[in-house]
Design a protein around this ligand. Sequence first.
Ligand code: NAD
Length: 268
Amino acid sequence: MKFWVNNNGKEESVQAADKIRRELIAHDFVLDQKAPSLVISVGGDGTLLSTFHAYIDHLDTVKFVALHTGHLGFYSDWTDDEIDELVARIIEQGDDIPATSYPLIDVEIDAKDGSVIKGTAINEVIVRRLSALTLKTQVDIDNEYFESFRGDGLCFATPTGSTAYSKSIGGALIHPKVNVFQMVEIASINNRVYRTISSPIVIPADQIVHLYPQDAEDYVVNFDGKVVKLKDTECIKAQLSPQRAQFAQYRHRHFWTRVETAFLGKND
Ligand code: NAD
């Protein structure tokens, strides 16, 4: 089986990655950066996010597994003292990688000059003004007018991203089995001209959100922390992606247990 190991460059991650690489090669696994079946991310959630984006054009063929060498992560659910167990499971399963898949968000940005930028996120896409000015935009859902938004910005989060930035701004936690995305407001202004729903809303897989920004000169769109600057935006389209991210599931970890462990702490 072809595999690749990515790490965040920290000493403990480099060592953990070396160990995994050595042991898998000793069992006839083949290192292949270009077309791996399994990509092992060693670091934290941030490392997994950059690993995911490095293989964004190979989502049909790549399965991810993540090991954390720092704080417990949401995607990175193996620790560095579990390397032997993880390697043993990988060897045992061989080509037959057990997997689960998670929803992604696709965003398309149409500029006034006709150019188009497309991007995909596993956590969230955030749209906001680059300047200190507010984002003013008409919001249509499923091709119907929904609201006139004015505020800092809008966040479109996947279910797995619901525990990340979206949670910090009041979004709901959504189990990754639910094939939806949510739109969460960032500091909306509500007055007689601009009126927003002021609640996070959950949007089904077959519906598209269109934003038509006013004074649309300077916008940034943030894909999982990676910022893209925009000029003269005509329309921003957000929807659930037809693609999904596949994660190798060498053992099952309950989503709500992950939530409890990360945010509440074990009730001993
Ligand atoms: P970072 O190093 O600033 O990481 C921020 C934190 O977000 C880390 O603790 C990371 O473990 C956590 N995180 C990432 N994905 C998560 C997920 N799906 N569920 C729960 N926690 C998650 O930045 P980074 O490592 O480059 O990661 C970028 C991500 O950080 C963004 O996608 C965004 O969701 C998140 N972030 C959150 C806030 C916030 O909550 N206020 C602010 C900035 C970025």
